[in-house]
Write a protein that binds this ligand. Structure first.
Ligand code: E4P
Length: 220
């Protein structure tokens, strides 16, 4: 399973790389707004800086902020020209679906975002989205089962051999990642802190402490 980090922060992306687990990056307008970027030019430069951190890693999702079809395709084309690693992230709306079809015809990679239902995921696949991003955590937040949505999308995509890759988003805890891997999806995109929490086990800490104490008590 691929690990994408859901951040626009260069330090966090570098941390994930140094851990050796980074496969790609997703951003969104809220994540961009947390960084020190204050103009379109600075945002574009920031995307390029993120892309330059990607060596063997896959790609970087950059989201359009226009909601009208014509403006969306113009913006997406500009984003795609910033760097070959850019994937144009498009919300699943009427205009968004048309835009994904347009990008798909032009061989521009897309990430269909803000997906909360199987119906939306079917449409994303039909128009040739490269990735579909179902938001697990936000579904859990409103008392529905986000992982069940992932299961259903996987089943449907397998039924029809859709090529769209499932990129589980809005990951909130390590169990989300583990369950996604059991379902067999392509990738998760997650805050780096959730990746770190996969590391934690109290028996590892106490076990290591005991090994080192035993060693130090005997070996001079
Ligand atoms: C997906 O690509 C989004 O950037 C992200 O996963 C949303 O996560 P959140 O619900 O934690 O904001």
């Amino acid at each position: 399973m691929k690990f994408f980090v859901d951040t626009a922060n260069l330090k966090e992306i570098n941390e994930a790389r140094s851990l050796g687990i980074l496969d790609g990056v997703t951003t969104n307008p809220s994540l961009i707004s947390k960084e020190s970027v204050y103009s379109q030019k600075e945002i574009q430069d920031h995307y390029i800086s993120i892309c330059k951190l990607m060596k063997n890693e896959e790609d970087v999702s950059a989201e359009v902020i226009n909601t009208n079809y014509t403006k969306m395709i113009r913006e997406g084309e500009k984003l795609s020209l910033l760097h070959p690693k850019i994937v144009v992230k498009v919300p699943i709306t009427f205009d968004g679906i048309k835009a994904i079809k347009y990008f798909s015809n032009k061989k521009i990679k897309t990430n269909c975002t803000l997906v909360f239902s199987t119906g939306q995921a079917i449409l994303a696949a039909k128009v040739g989205a490269t990735y579909v991003s179902p938001f697990i955590g936000r579904i859990d937040d409103v008392s529905y089962d986000g992982l069940n949505l992932i299961r259903e999308i996987k089943k449907i995509y397998d039924n029809y051999h859709f090529e769209t890759k499932i990129l589980a988003a809005s990951i909130r805890n390590p169990l989300h990642i583990i369950e996604c891997s059991k379902i067999g999806i392509y990738a998760v995109t997650t805050p780096i802190k959730v990746i770190y929490s996969l590391l934690n086990h109290p028996l590892t800490n106490t076990g290591l402490e005991k090994f080192l104490t035993d060693y130090k008590n005997k070996i001079k």
